[in-house]
Design a protein. Structure first.
Length: 653
């Protein structure tokens, strides 16, 4: 009942308040002070945010965002939480220019909005995500999220349908401008005007977009006219809309040799960014000023703004200390509110332990009753109930184990992506220096040297492209591996899968413990080709076995040693594949302490673990054994105590 009332209140009453001209912020604050009802307070605060930051170019109030989050968490309402995270994402992206943190909150909002079937919020968040990707110059992701927003538009009878439609039209116009398709861009931009008229003349990006479209078509007069309108209205806009205006208007001025005007607009943009401490605005302003002074051949000024641009670019794309401190200070407030949710999770965990203890008592009672023949029937009933509860508990623990294995990948993925990004950044910096040298050699007339430098720059650009594609491939692979298993088998390159999880396991452990080190070896049979498996399940088995292998060698390395003279222990984990008739064998070998016969008899039993308390659930090998059996295969172990162990997965081709 609360959720139903919330949706009606937020999306009708609150919306009407935000669009009505006779309601101002002061009167809303008066109403807010007079009510203590959480739902009403949420609606009024949401309206104040819309009124104060929607189209007036003002910063989003972080304190108001925090209040929304606190109310939504206290009510445990998914729809309200989605709205709160949407505002938090907009605070970081629009007000602070922090693209990464903005995306994090937007992505938090999506599943909550979907769970509550809040199509208005789903489409809004997807449109906001698209804007961030536009700013990150990722046109493909921008249009993908824009279309997802379009698919989730609310019904045309919804009071906010036109409000959402204008965002879709605006995003599509920007997409076609970037794609150099001015006719399509013009179609959507004019659609923005038509829709905006139904919203009592809501000011959006329309004049900037139409001006940019006419500029691409070569109609300078029409472009100038619309850019002039946009320039007149820009002070009424939010930071993100102002940035769109500058991003189209300044290149238009430069292309038409209106250098002085371009410089003035660029300075305005940089000053605006500094006033708002907005990294996106500052980056664009510095970049345009660099272009202006390059055009004027004022090398010192161009160099100054080039360095500023590089510094801000690093701030945005590497999330350096200053940016992290600003974000973390705010996130700490959010984290405090989320502690309530953690307390609930802890209480559930205690209940789970109590249930396990209760199951133990029931099992003991069942054994005693079983020994008494006269009460056999009663004992059987108790045992049946106990086993049912045990299976339910085991299912919960297995799910926890699956989620834990997915979490093991996080640090490894971060390291894998960071390497190609470092290459891209380094070669980009080198290319900037080469191009400076190239310009100097051309001015000297030394064309032979200039050609040599140009060749080096081209080679570096190819490396940048290569490593960029590499990072893209890593992300796509990880998305594929982390998606929920459908239970369907698919052809998979088992060698590539094993190699990938070996590296991710190693880097994940290194991220948690910098002192950890081990040698990795692979021995793959290239004749195997692809085999049909459930990718996520076999990946989970490989990750578990490889993690166990690294744990074994690290444990041996850190244990007190009495090595032979001249001998030095070198931790090593080897992963290999081999085709054997109509089967494929996947082996994970370590040179750790091996497994004693006493332990060997129990390792595949559920809940059995040799790790210290709190470091293992005892379900990893048991779950792995069941997954391999479900594939029609076998999981075996061979070992020599004190020297090595090898786990062998045998799967049918």
């Amino acid at each position: 009942m609360i959720k139903t009332f919330t949706i009606i209140f937020i999306f009708t009453n609150s919306c009407c308040l935000s669009l009505a001209q006779n309601k101002n912020i002061d009167s809303l604050k008066t109403v807010l002070a007079a009510t203590s009802k959480p739902i009403e307070r949420f609606g009024i605060i949401n309206t104040i945010l819309e009124e104060s930051s929607g189209w007036k170019g003002e910063d989003i109030d972080s304190a108001a965002c925090i209040q929304l989050l606190q109310i939504s968490q206290n009510l445990n309402n998914d729809s309200l939480l989605a709205i709160s995270y949407n505002w938090l994402g907009s605070y970081f992206y629009i007000t602070k220019g922090d693209n990464i943190t903005g995306l994090e909150y937007y992505f938090k909002a999506i599943p909550l909005a979907e769970k509550s079937r809040d199509k208005r919020r789903i489409s809004s968040v997807y449109f906001d995500i698209a804007l961030v990707y536009f700013n990150l110059q990722n046109n493909e992701e921008s249009v993908k999220n824009t279309r997802l927003g379009k698919e989730n538009l609310p019904d045309k009878t919804h009071p906010l349908y036109d409000f959402m439609l204008v965002q879709y039209q605006d995003n599509m116009a920007q997409y076609f401008l970037i794609a150099k398709q001015p006719d399509s861009a013009l179609y959507f931009a004019k659609g923005v005007i038509e829709t905006a008229n139904r919203l009592n003349g809501l000011i959006y990006n329309e004049f900037s977009l139409i001006g940019a479209a006419y500029a691409q078509k070569g109609d300078q007069d029409m472009a100038t006219m619309y850019f002039k309108k946009a320039n007149t209205l820009k002070d009424l806009q939010s930071n993100s809309i102002k940035l769109t205006f500058y991003n189209y208007y300044i290149p238009f001025l430069l292309a038409n040799n209106r250098i002085h005007e371009a410089g003035e607009q660029s300075k305005e943009l940089l000053i605006l960014g500094k006033q708002n401490n907005n990294s996106n605005l500052k980056l664009a302003g510095a970049g345009f000023l660099r272009q202006v002074f390059d055009t004027l051949n004022q090398i010192d000024s161009a160099y100054y703004y080039s360095r500023m641009e590089a510094s801000i670019n690093e701030l945005i794309y590497t999330q350096n200390n200053k940016n992290k401190i600003q974000a973390l200070a705010f996130n700490e407030q959010v984290r405090g509110l989320e502690e309530e949710g953690k307390k609930v999770a802890y209480q559930n965990k205690i209940k789970q332990y109590l249930m396990l203890a209760g199951l133990g008592v029931f099992l003991l009672v069942a054994v005693i009753l079983f020994r008494n023949y006269r009460q056999k029937l009663k004992a059987n009933k108790v045992l049946e109930m106990t086993l049912t509860n045990l299976k339910a508990t085991q299912s919960q623990l297995i799910q926890s184990e699956k989620m834990a294995s997915l979490g093991e990948l996080t640090a490894g993925i971060a390291h894998e992506i960071q390497n190609p990004l470092n290459f891209v950044n380094n070669f980009s910096e080198v290319n900037k220096e080469l191009l400076t040298e190239l310009n100097e050699e051309i001015e000297k007339g030394n064309y032979a040297e200039a050609k040599s430098i140009a060749k080096d720059a081209i080679n570096n650009q190819e490396k940048i492209n290569h490593h960029g594609k590499r990072a893209d491939a890593i992300v796509k692979n990880m998305l594929q591996h982390s998606r929920s298993s459908s239970g369907a088998k698919e052809p998979t390159d088992i060698n590539a899968l094993a190699d990938e999880y070996l590296r991710l396991s190693y880097h994940g452990l290194r991220a948690k413990d910098k002192s950890f080190n081990a040698t990795m070896k692979t021995d793959f049979d290239e004749s195997i080709g692809k085999i049909s498996i459930i990718l996520q399940d076999i990946g989970r088995v490989l990750l578990n076995l490889i993690n166990n292998a690294f744990y074994a060698v690290d444990e041996k390395k850190n244990a007190p040693q009495s090595p032979k003279v001249g001998a030095k222990y070198e931790p090593m984990v080897t992963v290999g594949t081999k085709r054997s008739g109509d089967k494929v064998l996947i082996s994970v070998k370590d040179n750790g302490n091996g497994i004693s016969q006493k332990v060997l008899d129990k390792i595949f039993q559920p809940f059995f673990t040799t790790k210290p308390t709190g470091q293992g659930t005892g379900l990893g090998l048991s779950l792995s054994y069941d997954i391999v059996k479900a594939h029609g295969g076998e999981l075996k172990v061979e070992t020599k105590e004190g020297e090595w162990s090898v786990f062998i997965i045998q799967l049918p081709l």
